[in-house]
Design a protein. Sequence first.
Length: 318
Amino acid sequence: MLPAYFMLAEANICMGGNRLKKAEEFLIAAFWNLLKFTSDENDKGANSEYEDALVSTSELQRYQANLKVTFGRLFLARQGGSSNKDALKNLTEGIYKQCEMDGPESPKLCSSYFYLGEYYKKENMVDQARAVYKKICEIWVKFILNEDFEDVQGYGGYQMNLPDVIYMEGEQHLRNMLLFFEMQFGVQDTVTAEAQYAYGLVAYKISAQTGNGLGALEALQQAHQTLSQNLGELDRKTKEVEVVIMRIEESLNHQKRIEIIYLSHVHKISIRGVAAMTDSHYSTVRSVKEAYKATSRTNKFLTYQSKTLLLKKRRETK
């Protein structure tokens, strides 16, 4: 039940307003469940009613850390009183527990770091918020380059070394951080370019699900342009972004060539003809292919329904 409690609490926190009270109720329920699991009585009782529900020590530690962080998010969403102080206390305690399990450089902590940065932003502590957000960007860049893009095939395989939800949430948070940097430091600032670089990498990783590969590439190109202007074309960071863009473009071109061959085979169009299409026409052919599949499924369903009605009428006439 604990994962469900956390999910429901987070959903109500996101809605805010009167739903915060409901979120608190779910977190309290999660807290009492954790107490039941960790009590001495349950540890000793071989025939305990919770025996089948016992979880490992590492899972309990993760639940305890998540409980702290989610309580921190709840207090952060509230207004007035000691909410901000309670938010900082719970967030830092939860982050400490997560660091013990996953290490401080793990992307799994980026969500918790983000809400810590949100606390600093809410308190108008711009320098602290900047430091936290910048650390998140560094973690994502390091992870994707070293793990996801370990070899050339990694740029086109879209394989995920983390659950999809972590990348999705990371992309949303990086987008918010990018807006913060643009408003506080300007579009042409180096720290903004570094945030664009991190955002572009994460957005590209999930482009297989979102279809935003070109948007991710555009963010990377903008980051490269700003870094070139501020640091110079020969700077290490500038060259790093340049190499990433080059490999992503190679991967996208390779993927497009594969799709051209496929479309030419399916729709009986010459490869030269497909290759000569504009992007809009190329997208139209892909849309036609998808529509054709959907229509085929609909026709099969309608045929099945017609046969069923015909059999029913025959039975009735008999």
